[in-house]
Design a protein around this ligand. Structure first.
Ligand code: IPE
Ligand code: IPE
Ligand code: MG
Length: 254
C-alpha cells in the first residue's frame, strides 16, 4: 500500500545548486560542555573553561576563513551567576586572559569585537578588558566577534519592553508605530542580522535563554562534542548541513 502511494508522489526534484544556501552570514554558538570535558579528565571545571579558550581561538580562525560576517558566542549567561563564586570569578577573568593573548591576532585579522549583554553586574576588570578590545577594534571592517556576556534573552526582551513603555508613557513614541523592526532596535543585537545558524555543543538540545527573538528562523545544529574539543572541522560540518537545509521561512520553495 505504502509502495503504491509512494508511486503517486511526484518524482523528487533534482537538486539545484541555486537552492543551496550560501555560507551563513551570522553564526551563533552556545559554547557548552567545559565542565564535563574537565570531569572526564579528572580535572577541575575551571580547566575546562581554560581549554575552551583554545576552541574559541580555532573557531574564530575557521569562521574568518569561511567568510562568516558575524560570530556570536555565548560566554556567560544571566543564569550562570548561580554557580559557585570561585567558578564565576574564574569565568570573569577569562575575557582578560583571552584578549591579552589574542587581541593582536584579532587586529591582524581585521576582526571587530563587540558585546551583547548586561553591563551591570559585571566586574570592572571584565568590562575594562572587553571595552579595550571594542575600542581598539572599532574601525576594523572584517568579521564581527560578538561576545554574549552576562546575556539572557528574556531579560533582554523585558528591558526592551521597559524602554519602549517608558518612551510611550512620556509621549515620545507612538505605540502604533511599534513593529518587529522597531522592536528589534531595542535589543543588544539591533544592528546585526539575525543568526542564520545556531550551534550548540555538549549534547544538550536546548536554547538556555539564548537569543530567543533573534533565532526565530535560524537553522539549529547540535553536536555531542564538548566545547574544548570543538574544531574547525565541526564548524565546517555544521555549515555543510546548513547549506543543505531548505529554508522556507513559512513559504514554499517551488
Ligand atoms: C560552558 O560549559 C561554559 C559556561 C556555561 C560558562 P559548562 O561550564 O556549562 O560545562 P558543563 O555543561 O557543566 O559540562
Ligand atoms: C549556556 O550553557 C550558557 C553558556 C554556554 C554560556 P549552560 O551550561 O549554562 O546551560 P544549561 O544550564 O545546561 O541549560
Ligand atoms: Mg553547561
Amino acid at each position: 500500500m505504502l509502495f503504491s502511494l509512494r508511486r503517486l508522489l511526484p518524482a523528487k526534484k533534482p537538486q539545484k545548486t541555486s537552492h543551496h544556501n550560501e555560507v551563513p552570514r551570522h553564526v551563533a554558538i552556545i559554547m557548552d560542555g567545559n565542565g564535563r570535558w574537565a570531569a572526564e579528565r579528572g580535572l577541575p571545571r575551571t580547566a575546562g573553561h581554560h581549554a575552551g579558550m583554545g576552541a574559541l581561538r580555532r573557531t574564530i580562525r575557521a569562521a574568518g576563513e569561511l567568510g562568516i560576517e558575524v560570530l556570536t558566542v555565548f560566554a556567560f549567561s544571566t543564569e550562570n551567576w548561580k554557580r559557585p563564586k570561585a567558578e564565576v570569578d574564574f569565568l570573569m577573568r577569562l575575557p582578560q586572559e583571552f584578549l591579552k593573548t589574542d587581541l593582536p591576532e584579532l587586529m591582524e585579522k581585521n576582526v571587530r569585537v563587540r558585546m551583547s549583554g548586561n553591563r551591570e553586574g559585571l566586574p570592572l576588570h571584565t568590562l575594562q578588558a572587553v571595552d579595550t578590545a571594542i575600542e581598539k577594534t572599532k574601525t576594523n571592517t572584517g568579521m564581527i566577534l560578538n561576545f554574549a556576556l552576562n546575556y539572557g534573552s528574556r531579560a533582554e526582551i523585558v528591558a526592551a519592553v521597559r524602554k519602549i513603555a517608558f518612551l510611550a508613557a512620556k509621549g515620545k513614541l507612538d505605540p502604533q508605530t511599534i513593529d518587529e523592526n522597531r522592536f528589534n532596535q531595542y535589543l543588544f543585537t539591533a544592528d546585526l542580522p539575525d543568526p542564520d545558524l545556531l550551534i550548540r555543543c555538549s549534547g544538550e538540545i536546548r536554547l538556555s535563554n539564548f537569543l530567543l527573538w533573534q533565532l526565530a528562523y535560524a537553522e539549529l545544529w547540535f553536536t555531542d562534542v564538548y566545547w574544548p574539543d570543538f574544531k574547525g572541522e565541526h564548524l565546517l560540518a555544521a555549515i555543510e548541513a546548513f547549506r543543505r537545509r531548505d529554508r522556507r521561512f513559512g513559504g514554499i520553495n517551488l
